[in-house]
Design a binder for this molecule. Sequence first.
Ligand code: 2P0
Length: 326
Amino acid sequence: MSELLTGHAKAHTNIALIKYWGKADSNLILPTNDSISLTLDEFYTETSVKFRSDLKQNILTINQKQQPTDKLKRVNRIIKHFSDMWDGPKFAEITSDNHVPNSAGLASSASAMAALAGATMKATQTQLSLKELSSVARLGSGSATRSIFGNFVHWHRGHDHDSSYAEPLESPADFKINMLTVVINDQPKRISSTNGMSNTAQTSPFFKEWTNTANQAIDEMKQAIRFGNFSKIGEMAENNAMQMHATTLSSNPPFTYFEPDTLKVLQIIQQLRHDGIECYATIDAGPNVKIICQNNNLKQIKNSLLDEFNENQLIVAHMGPGIKIY
Ligand code: 2P0
């Protein structure tokens, strides 16, 4: 077959308000708890997939740099998932442009794997619902499951491939929240999310409690999102993030993603709240703090941070859309 079969997709990254932390099945990437996220508009990945009958393996180029083939394990899974379903070529040339600045301390695997799944679906002319596509994105990276949809998203942990999927959550049309990232360290983290959650699940005596508490928080967070209750969303997100990070400190050997400046930002946030300026923190598997806030307080929050940090350490992102496939 000499004809070129191509697909393109654009997917945005997301930040979890109730975090995914722990795998029930590391092969299928089934999480131990449900999670809820917010998709961000400023950060995204655009990917093209072109199946070619002359290839013996997949070729991946990210931001014009060809990637070593031993780094393609997760990419190969997604390509194979679709190419097993057709009689066409089995391997593809994949070109990806990441608009997720490393300096933002935001993960690009979520948008990258979601865009790859969407582009491959298109190239192989497979008909899947977005819900089914979210399950396939999950095979590339857990957080990619949620990047198929825009705004607020719920990832159901499920118990097998089909039952572990994401779906969008309703929120009031005029309800908007922002995410202000304070970049503390833009270097790659020492302990990947994958390893961090695995160490924690195996050794922290609090891990089971973390899982139960996160699962129990889901309905209340969904309710807060449905009614656009900013205070409730913020409070719950901050609590959940601190609970996740408590599991790393209680692991054996213990570890933490926090750095001294991480705590400095947390103290600034607490002081701002004490002064009546509403804002809340969430932190992923790295030292950078993401501040959840609304438009009316953004300027004042930035001003307080500028006493300790530079303007170029502060990055504002807004709610973003779901995947575009073309
Ligand atoms: C989240 N994180 O819910 C959590 C919070 C990091 C901390 O999802 O092993 O890169 O590929 O499924 O998706 C980052 O983990 O991990 C992540 P894998 P992933 O956003």
